[in-house]
Ligand binder design. Structure first.
Ligand SMILES: Nc1ncnc2c1ncn2[C@@H]1O[C@H](COP(=O)(O)OP(=O)(O)OP(=O)(O)O)[C@@H](O)[C@H]1O
Ligand SMILES: [Mg+2]
Length: 294
């Protein structure tokens, strides 16, 4: 029986040409995007998607041109949170136009195409090998999406990643060195430990690690208008990258995320002010740290 190692060249599949073709479509599609910023974390449920959307809104309010790519194909949240569930994909001038939030941010999310009661399935031809198939198909699909949609001229494309330290590195590999990373943690020792592994894993590669955001850092009590402790943990995170800011938990924000509508009064709340602070630090960091080569 022939093994993988017996295949000479591309085995006649033209796979190398196809990959090169896809790469050039992606490069062309993202040519007018100034910064690619991926929001990741080894840990799940820490607020990556929430921060992606609300940082995008904070940056848009400053007049920047922002897009969102929800790269979590199996647990897409952006369609629901940003209110673009069930939006129609329509042809743009050259490629497919992105659905837009009420505030005009273009969002790609698998949740726009697939209703929440259905799962995204990658059918496997090889029984028992579906894990191998899945990763390959998932990244091939990501490439198709990057190449097929009209991202346009953007200051920042924010990429909402799925959880997992190893997954984060796979995205770094796929998206290439021009993608910068922001990691999200919460002030629990367990979460910080998992995020420390993501820092270690990403530090081996060429991607810029801009810093981390500590989310759910206290709880905003609307009755007493004060931020109260939520986790009992040390103030120092121990993470060896810059802290871009801390964001408290606000139940009203969670409610609005669930309803897919923006929280109007957000800029005047502790969470809104915290997001402003993070947005400023993120921009400063993008401008002040040297860019990795494209
Ligand atoms: N600062 C916050 N204030 C209020 N609610 C928040 C805050 N951060 C996150 N949430 C809520 O917590 C839940 C989990 O957040 P989110 O989905 O953003 O996490 P995630 O890290 O993207 O999860 P996953 O790993 O599954 O992708 C959501 O219901 C969200 O609305
Ligand atoms: Mg998420």
């Amino acid at each position: 029986m022939k093994s993988y190692y017996d295949i000479v060249g591309d085995g006649g599949s033209r796979v190398l040409e196809q990959v090169a073709e896809q790469r050039s479509r992606i490069t062309d599609g993202l040519a007018e995007v100034r910064h690619l910023v991926a929001i990741g974390s080894g840990k799940g449920g820490v607020g990556k998607s929430t921060l992606t959307l609300h940082l995008a809104e904070a940056l848009r309010a400053r007049g920047l041109r922002i897009g969102i790519l929800d790269a979590d194909f199996n647990g897409p949240s952006q369609a629901h949170m940003a209110g673009v569930e069930g939006a129609l994909f329509v042809p743009g001038s050259r490629k497919v136009a992105l659905p837009r939030t009420r505030t005009g941010i273009g969002v790609f999310s698998m949740g726009t195409m697939i209703p929440e009661l259905e799962a995204l399935e990658f059918e496997s031809v090889a029984h028992g090998e579906s894990h191998t198939w899945r990763a390959t198909r998932e990244f091939a699909l990501l490439g198709e999406i990057l190449g097929a949609f009209e991202w346009g001229a953007l200051d920042l494309l924010m990429i909402d990643l799925p959880p997992g330290a190893e997954r984060t590195v796979q995205f770094a590999d796929f998206l290439g060195p021009r993608t910068s990373f922001v990691l999200v943690t919460i002030p629990s020792e367990v979460a910080r430990g998992v995020v420390a592994r993501s820092v270690a894993a990403l530090s081996k590669g060429p991607n810029r690690l801009l810093g981390y955001v500590e989310n759910m850092s206290g709880y905003y009590c609307r009755d007493c208008n004060a931020v109260k402790p939520l986790f009992v943990s040390t103030e120092q995170s121990g993470l060896e990258i810059p802290c871009l800011g801390t964001v408290p938990f606000d139940p009203e924000l969670a409610r609005h995320c669930d309803r897919g509508i923006p929280l109007e009064e957000l800029p005047d709340t502790p969470v809104g002010r915290a997001l402003e602070h993070v947005a400023q630090h993120l921009l400063d960091s993008l401008e002040s740290t040297p860019e990795s080569p494209r």
